[in-house]
Design a protein around this ligand. Structure first.
Ligand SMILES: [Ca+2]
Length: 188
């Protein structure tokens, strides 16, 4: 926090709840600015509020400059690297919104009768993830046209990235029914 003086350039002592060190923890702090010059005196008070903030804002600030944030590049719906994942999705995935992110769920045929679904589970860590957990669920449907038809794949509906941070390989049989799979990622 800076104080402005008239005339400019006067030394000012700032305190926050009586302490000289600017706070970093969330909360409201009484800010007292005291002029510290021989020929001038005066005080001004104000309140500095540091909000706990939206965790996603912290994430945005770790990937975008203030100017880019002001310009809207860090908005939830933006996709600055053109990889098809919005910034909000990149936050959920834990990927870099400035670098191309491959499809997180990969399908590999193993034989005529089996295939493997793979995804990489990562913990929620770093800027914007304090106290949050990332969980994954693989879902399946036979009817893309019916959004209510998605169902969790048994055994893969609650994969916690912080306790199972690994490549997940799911062997599945090939049968006569066409199926669609998707990966659900939650950060909460
Ligand atoms: Ca993107």
């Amino acid at each position: 926090m800076a104080a402005t003086t008239t005339p400019a350039g006067l030394a000012v002592n700032l305190t926050y709840n009586g302490e000289p060190t600017p706070p970093t923890a969330a909360g409201s702090y009484a800010v007292v600015a005291t002029l510290n010059e021989v020929n001038y005196s005066g005080t001004a008070t104000g309140t500095l509020v540091i909000s706990s903030g939206d965790a996603v804002d912290l994430w945005r600030a770790s990937h975008f400059t203030p100017g880019e944030i002001t310009a809207g590049l860090a908005a939830d719906s933006m996709d600055v690297d053109g990889d098809g994942f919005s910034n909000r999705a990149e936050y959920a995935l834990g990927s870099d919104p400035r670098l191309f992110t491959p499809q997180p769920l990969a399908l590999t045929p193993d034989s005529n009768s089996t295939f493997t679904l793979r995804f990489h589970a990562v913990p929620a860590s770093g800027a914007g993830y304090a106290g949050r957990t990332r969980t994954y669920a693989v879902e399946v449907t036979t009817d893309l046209a019916n959004p209510d038809s998605w169902q969790g794949l048994s055994g893969y509906t609650d994969i916690d990235g912080s306790v199972q941070p690994a490549d997940q390989a799911i062997p599945l049989p090939i049968d006569d029914t066409r199926k669609f799979y998707r990966l659900s990622v939650r950060v909460e």
